[in-house]
Write a protein that binds this ligand. Structure first.
Ligand code: ALA
Length: 380
């Protein structure tokens, strides 16, 4: 299969990661931070190694500020629900995933209000609109780094600057950008960063994390065993264990650490260049095709490796099925858990087909995909 659904999860995974996970499970996997024997200690050390690799990749000075979660949704929920309280105001955008918009909607019933800034039809935001929405009780701006519907990259550094000038915290959803384009939490003014392990970081599903800058007060979302202060009925708030209650996905986290090590050696810039060149070929090939509508920004420097389209006369689901069944090409059709983003770009009624590239795709595969879409347009 030609896999162009890297926006949903990356595939294939690096062999080094598979070997790493196998070794962990076959040779030493004890419960980290729970016992003093070799297996528990070794697992704890390897889990910590992942924290260190992630810290290095994102310029996080203290690896203990990384809280492991089961996915980006878990990380975003911990960040959003852990921070906000009655009377607070939050600013977000119309290109967000439901993992931001649904917690914010739920928090309305707890007295937390929010403003959604409408982006334009390419998914781009105007900083002036954010600035105009800041109120006295605004305490958080939460924003995707790159849209999962159009790939559009948001001006994160500038939004972070604006937030900090107004004493507002800045949280970034890096679900589509982590491992694909550089993220530097210091240079980009990021206070909280939520990321998946299984997308651009090339780790397994069931992994993700939330980075929380020093000095930020956060209520833990999940209460329970931390391996520390066991006689205490109240939840410890030490980072990171106070926010990682229960047994963590150690084999997954350790596998993620191996993938991140590989990314550190390869360099994110090299991955970015490769994905950008493939995206350009795909975008150019489809944007100029009769009966094909491509959404989002045209300049591939302004987006991650996503090309989203519709073919006149066919539903996006039909096109996705045909691509899969006739041509062995994997994409994702529908609304991508981001209905409001579809409303923003004008596909509220129809949804769209998303093709998303990864580091292991080749130019030949992209050309085959363009050819396949062309054949489908001819069969309408
Ligand atoms: N949020 C993921 C996507 O965009 C699953 O497909």
């Amino acid at each position: 299969m030609i896999y162009l659904d890297n926006g949903a999860t990356s595939f294939p995974k690096p062999k080094v990661m598979l070997e790493c996970m196998y070794k962990c499970m076959a040779e030493y996997c004890g419960n980290p931070g729970r016992s003093g024997h070799y297996m528990s200690m070794k697992t704890g050390e390897e889990v910590y190694k992942t924290r260190k690799n992630l810290a290095k990749l994102f310029n996080i000075s203290n690896p203990a500020n990384i809280i492991f979660s089961i996915n980006t949704t878990g990380a975003l929920n911990q960040g959003i629900q852990g921070l906000l309280k009655e009377g607070d105001h939050v600013i977000t955008t119309s290109m967000e995933h439901n993992s931001v918009l649904r917690p914010l909607k739920m928090l309305e019933s707890k007295g937390v209000e929010h403003t959604i800034i409408k982006c334009d039809r390419t998914g781009s935001i105007n900083l002036r609109d954010i600035k105009a929405s800041i109120k006295e009780n605004t305490c958080l701006i939460v924003c995707t780094h790159a849209s999962n519907v159009t790939g559009t990259i948001m001006p994160i550094r500038e939004i972070g600057e604006l937030a900090h000038r107004n004493n507002i915290l800045f949280m970034v959803d890096g679900a589509q950008s982590g491992g694909c384009i550089p993220i530097n939490v210091v240079e980009m003014n990021i206070d909280l960063l939520a990321l998946p392990g299984h997308k651009g970081l090339l780790g397994p599903m069931g992994t993700g994390f939330l980075y929380v800058r020093d000095g930020i007060e956060l209520e833990p979302l999940l209460l329970g065993g931390t391996g520390t202060a066991s006689k205490d009925r109240t939840q410890p708030k030490e980072m990171p264990e106070g926010y990682e209650s229960g047994t963590v996905n150690a084999p997954g986290i350790i596998g993620l650490g191996c993938s991140v090590e590989m990314l550190l050696n390869t360099g994110i810039r090299a991955i970015q260049e490769h994905e950008e060149s493939l995206t350009r070929v795909l975008d150019d090939g489809l944007r100029n095709m009769r009966n094909v509508i491509v959404y989002g920004v045209e300049d591939c420097k302004e987006k991650v490796g996503v090309v989203t389209l519709n073919i006149n006369g066919k539903s996006c689901e039909q096109v996705a099925d045909e691509l899969s069944e006739k041509y062995g090409i994997a994409g994702r059709a529908g609304f991508h858990c981001a209905g409001l983003a579809h409303k923003t770009i004008g596909t509220w009624e129809t949804g769209a087909l998303r093709l998303s590239v990864g580091p292991f795709n080749t130019k030949a595969q992209i050309k085959t995909a363009i050819e396949a879409v062309y054949k489908i347009t001819r069969s309408v």
